[in-house]
Design a protein around this ligand. Structure first.
Ligand code: ATP
Length: 299
């Protein structure tokens, strides 16, 4: 994968506040990277630095191989940006607002397609002042994707959207990555959306980068913590406790949750079947992004 963004030793201070400190990170073309971290961790500042909206205190940001501070005008047309709450001309319609954005972009752009993609085509000719928060957010996304950019920078892209609307937008964004090789860097506090959209997560804490990890490794299975669906959980729990290597952490009418020590799931299954229990399923627990985040933040 070729590189889309190179952040080299980025530091940004607002007066005496160090918002981002010595951050180095690369993002590949056609990759979705999510910045995670508590309020004030430096996510928005990093996104601003990537789209050239702040003057850097130190360090460099290269986008498409070009130094943003020197080559901003060449890079900007290849980016779509949605940061903060998007603002529009309220007395104009959604279509008219996008027409203005199209004129500023100085190129032919598919306005209808952008409105359709974010689910606003049926209200394209309504004044924006009548729009809900979620509709404004959708219009902001339509504006960000209007020029069909190679890179999208999105701060909390699903904020204000209802769960169904959020899912549609997630699918749209993921399809841009998968089918058009668009690079997306975004921030979010909603971990379920991150799990769907991100290829990698970067965790920030007080302006410093703590960890970068692939989402599929974060969400891997923990084979030492399994749920066993079987016919007689209470009786099985008693037999397991005597072994010393299997501890039941939950017992319910149809299943047991078992933590294994120095033994495999295979041993557990062999033991239970050997004891005459009827097994209906064995499911290793999936690690969650929330656990990973908490673990990384407390290291
Ligand atoms: P949130 O999750 O709340 O959006 P964040 O991770 O995006 O937080 P930033 O908005 O980047 O964090 O802020 C990082 C630090 O920089 C915070 O301490 C914040 O108060 C400070 N900061 C951000 N913008 C400014 C500004 N324009 N002037 C002064 N301080 C700022």
């Amino acid at each position: 994968m070729s590189v889309c963004i190179e952040i080299k030793n980025l530091t940004k201070c607002y007066g005496s506040v160090v918002a981002v400190s010595g951050l180095s990170l690369e993002v590949g073309r056609g990759e979705a990277l999510c910045l995670l971290g508590a309020n004030g961790a430096g996510k928005t500042t990093t996104l601003y630095a990537i789209c050239g909206l702040v003057r850097l205190t130190a360090g460099k940001v290269l986008v498409f191989g070009k130094d943003l501070e020197k080559d901003f005008l060449n890079v900007a047309p290849r980016m779509g940006v949605l940061v903060e709450r998007p603002s529009f001309f309220d007395y104009l319609t959604a279509r008219e607002n996008l027409s203005i954005a199209a004129e500023l972009a100085q190129k032919e752009v598919p306005i209808e397609k952008a409105l359709d993609r974010v689910g606003l085509l049926s209200v394209a000719d309504k004044k924006v002042k009548t729009f809900s928060l979620g509709m404004r957010q959708r219009l902001g996304l339509a504006q960000a994707i209007l020029t069909e950019p190679e890179l999208l920078i999105l701060d909390e892209p699903l904020s204000g959207l209802d769960p169904e609307g959020g899912r549609e937008i997630l699918q749209l964004l993921r399809s841009l990555v998968d089918s058009a090789q668009v690079t997306i860097v975004f921030s979010s506090h909603m971990l379920s959306e991150v799990e769907v959209l991100a290829d990698r997560v970067a965790i920030l804490n007080r302006g410093r980068l703590l960890a970068v990890e692939r989402i599929d490794s974060v969400l891997s299975y923990d084979e030492s913590d399994v749920e066993v669906f079987l016919d007689a959980p209470q009786a099985a729990a008693k037999r397991l406790e005597s072994l010393g290597w299997a501890h039941c952490t939950e017992i319910s009418p149809r299943k047991l949750r078992v933590r294994l020590q120095n033994e495999t799931v295979h041993h557990l299954i062999t033991f239970l079947v050997g004891q005459g229990f009827v097994l209906n399923g064995v499911v290793p627990r999936r690690r969650t992004l929330e656990e990973y985040l908490l673990r990384t933040m407390t290291l």
